[in-house]
Design a binder for this molecule. Structure first.
Ligand code: FES
Length: 99
């Protein structure tokens, strides 16, 4: 059995200023069985917020907009394939160069 996934959406100052409350709301509005969605504190990637981290795979997304959430829900959380175009470029350089 796959381990449960967790979505952490930064709700600290810089990310909030860039719309992370709306990104969190979009994840909450698109629930996936077995996936937990939570707001969290600063994740140290403030200049590229809103920052979202998926566990246990430890995939990082950056500069997310609420409109990006549906693709992450369908392709990543349900389908198991990260949305490479939205991954954090410094934390996922190899994945981005493959696509
Ligand atoms: S404020 Fe969101 S990563 Fe720092």
């Amino acid at each position: 059995m796959e381990s449960a996934q967790e979505v952490l959406v930064c709700q600290y100052t810089n990310c909030l200023n860039n719309g992370s409350a709306e990104v969190l709301a979009a994840f909450v509005a698109n629930p996936v069985a077995g996936v937990t969605v939570s707001g969290c504190g600063c994740q140290g990637q403030c200049n590229l917020g809103p920052t979202v981290r998926i566990l246990p795979s430890n995939d990082w997304y950056c500069r997310l907009k609420p409109d990006d959430v549906a693709a992450i829900v369908e392709q990543h959380l349900k389908g198991g394939k990260p949305v490479t175009a939205l991954l954090h470029p410094r934390l996922h350089p190899q994945e981005l160069h493959q696509s």
